[in-house]
Ligand binder design. Structure first.
Ligand code: ADP
Ligand code: MG
Length: 678
């Protein structure tokens, strides 16, 4: 039998059963071997019949007096008596008429099932029965519970996998011996067998650790290979001009935070080399990443090269262009800044393209318009990706490709990345942290609001609006849905405009509006022609409106923790105390997520928690994270990750030939394509 053989190659699996396997995603033998259980139930302890207690039980007994009958149409019952030297117990099966014939007398069996009260008597219900002399797959051991489908249950899956054990024994080892020894890992074959049919809970733990280690090791190795390749590329060194940097800082209306200063310094050092910078700047919402990006671009402008900044929304691109214009104007670079966004008309675009191609434009700020074919950069030396989790790998690559060689890359993110992810998924990047907030930032008052408190809150909010403050209202969807009972932006907009805030100016903002309409709403809000914006999460990203002090979130339980934290970060940036209200729909206890949000304003802590609650896919955003969701390793297991990292670094330093390990090489090359850059 081969790993690539179809599942029907297994004896006993015909077309109808194989269709069931396929519906679980199991097409071939290899898929079946890699179909890991979701959880386990412990039936390993074999008890004597007189000591049975309700719950999952296993016994070793002989079976007598088997009988079967229909109690109703479509309801067949098989009953039998199992006895050992201490007593007997009734076994009951529903709708398994074949049972009666398959049981032999005077034969010791292992019997595992649920011991429970059935009508007036305790019985073992629907037990699995296996001859003691066989290697038991479904009885008297820790049993793997798989994702099942109608007509294919865990018992059948276990029996199928049991048939593969001889094949599993012949599988190649996927990790070098020295890594197994060093990290005290069991062999791959052993681990796979144990994962499906654990011989004890301690050996199951060993199997999980071994396979989990491998998952993380592959991920880190992929990142290291990417990093290695990146460092072999040549890029244009950008000279550091201290005088210019000082001049820039002197013109700022504020003092840089320590984190900003260190980060700017690191980027300057990186860019002076002729190997490309690949740096991630991680800083909570409002930590001031834009200034750092502007300072990096400043040196590029000075060197008469081009820098490009790509933002996920037009709103944000416009805001960046404006901010950066203000920042660079005192140094006389304002004429070299250019905005390129989708809503510009054909003629404006044409002019912009020309300025980009001729090099007249030195700092190009835009949306995905930047990666369109028509855009030809003259000498792009630095690319900056804002809110990187909003872009896919392909988009980021396309921007870099505009340089014609490897540019320096600066990536900005407000999603704090847990250390474990930084080591694995982001392992190929150097990371700078902006830990402190600029001076004077306040804590945002975060509150849960139950339905009966709503009207009172609206009265209080109205006073603040009267005062000239502004409010964001965020809803989980654009329009009503028939299936979900949630507050859509359209519904809330109508409700607020016509009822609760009749005398206020209310705007509506969501992704289905034309860009021009979106810009208009945003401009109206910025210029205080609107008091309230009812929106979807389009406003999640980066928008900076200092006068907006109130954030009201509808159906907060529909958002992720990191996302809620981002939304909250939209307010409290100006002189007024910021408020974030989480509008509950009923009075049931708030989720762990919401309680965490209230108790902490530390984006790092919240992201660690989000990782635990929802897995890496949720944090990693739009990238093809499906292939990154680890099955056994927990990304919260920092110790395992550190060990895997150490071995991966050693693997690189030894210049081991990856191709010697076929399975590893295959996985690493797949992961290289989906992990972060390049
Ligand atoms: P983010 O990191 O979320 O992108 P921004 O770069 O938009 O944050 O900065 C948020 C606000 O903080 C901007 O108005 C910016 O001018 C201001 N800011 C940035 N750095 C400082 C600082 N060191 N001190 C005071 N305000 C700052
Ligand atoms: Mg930003």
């Amino acid at each position: 039998m081969l790993l690539s053989d179809e599942i029907t190659a297994l004896p006993g699996i015909g077309p109808s059963l194989s269709a069931k396997f396929i519906s679980l995603g199991i097409k071939n033998i290899s898929d079946l071997i890699n179909y890991y259980p979701r959880r386990y139930e412990d039936y390993s302890s074999v008890s004597s019949i007189n000591k049975l207690r309700p719950g999952n039980v296993s016994i070793k007994a002989e079976i007598k007096q088997t009988s079967g009958r229909y109690v109703r149409r479509r309801m067949h019952i098989t009953e039998a008596i199992a006895s050992d030297e201490t007593g007997s117990v009734r076994l009951v099966w529903f709708n398994q008429p074949y049972r009666a014939k398959s049981l032999k007398s005077n034969t010791p069996y292992f019997i595992s099932g649920n011991y429970e009260l059935s009508r007036t008597r305790f019985s073992i219900m629907n037990p699995a029965v296996e001859m003691e002399s066989d290697f038991p797959a479904n009885t008297a051991r820790i049993l793997a519970i798989y994702r099942e489908t109608k007509g294919l249950d865990s018992r059948q899956i276990r029996l199928a996998i049991k048939k593969l054990f001889p094949l599993i024994d012949t599988l190649d080892e996927s990790l070098p011996d020295w890594i197994l020894n060093k990290n005290d890992l069991i062999s791959r074959s052993e681990a796979i067998k144990e994962i499906h049919m654990p011989s004890s809970s301690s050996s199951l733990e060993k199997a999980k650790r071994r396979l989990g280690f491998e998952e993380v090791f592959q991920l880190i190795l992929a990142a290291l290979f990417n990093k290695d390749e990146n460092q072999r590329e040549k890029s244009v060194p950008i000279k550091f001009n201290e005088k210019l940097a000082k001049e820039f800082v002197n013109h700022l209306p504020f003092k840089l935070t320590d984190g900003q200063r260190v980060t700017v310094w690191q980027t300057y050092k990186d860019m002076q080399k002729n190997e490309p910078m690949n740096r991630l700047i991680e800083g909570d919402v409002g930590s001031g990443k834009t200034v750092v990006a502007a300072m990096a671009a400043l040196m590029v402008l000075k060197a008469a090269k081009q820098a490009a900044l790509m933002a996920p929304t037009e709103l944000l691109a416009r805001q960046h262009a404006q901010t950066i214009h203000t920042l660079l104007k005192p140094l006389g670079y304002e004429d070299r800044i250019l905005l390129l966004v989708g809503s510009m008309n054909a003629q404006q675009k044409k002019k912009a393209h020309e300025a980009i191609e001729s090099g007249k434009a030195g700092f190009i700020i835009g949306t995905q318009s930047l990666i369109q074919e028509k855009v030809n950069m003259k000498n792009l030396a630095l690319t900056i990706i804002d809110e990187q989790h909003r872009f896919g790998v392909e988009q980021r690559k396309s921007l870099m490709a505009k340089a014609g060689h490897m540019p320096h890359v600066l990536t900005l993110t407000a999603t704090p990345i847990p250390r474990s992810l930084a080591l694995t998924l982001y392992g190929e990047m150097d990371v700078s942290l902006l830990k402190q907030m600029p001076a004077g930032r306040q804590q945002i008052n975060t509150k849960l609001v139950s339905p009966n408190e709503r009207e009172r809150l609206f009265v209080a909010i109205d006073k603040q609006l009267e005062d000239g403050q502004q409010m964001f209202v965020v809803c989980p969807s654009i329009s009503e849905s028939e299936t979900l009972d949630i507050n859509s932006a359209e519904k809330i907009y109508a409700l607020y405009k016509d009822k609760y805030f009749k005398h206020r100016r209310v705007g509506l903002l969501h992704g289905k509006l034309k860009t021009i309409e979106k810009n208009k709403v945003m401009e109206d809000f910025l210029d205080r022609r609107l008091d309230i914006i009812v929106a979807t999460t389009v406003i999640e990203v980066g928008v900076d409106i200092p006068n907006a002090s109130i954030m009201l979130i509808q159906n907060p339980e529909r958002f992720g923790l990191a996302q809620l934290h981002q939304l909250r970060g939209r307010v409290g940036r100006g002189e007024h105390q910021g408020h974030c209200y989480l509008m509950l729909d009923d009075s049931s206890a708030p989720s762990k997520r919401l309680r965490a949000l209230i108790s902490s304003q530390d984006g790092f802590r919240l992201s660690e928690l989000d990782l635990e609650l929802r897995g890496p896919g949720a944090i990693y955003g739009t990238v093809q994270h499906g292939s990154l969701d680890l099955r056994l390793a927990k990304l919260t297991d920092t110790r395992l990750i550190m060990e895997a990292k150490k071995s991966a670094v050693e693997f690189m330093n030894k210049e081991e030939n990856l191709l010697r390990y076929k399975e590893l090489a295959l996985n690493v090359s797949r992961l290289r394509a989906v992990t972060n850059l390049n």
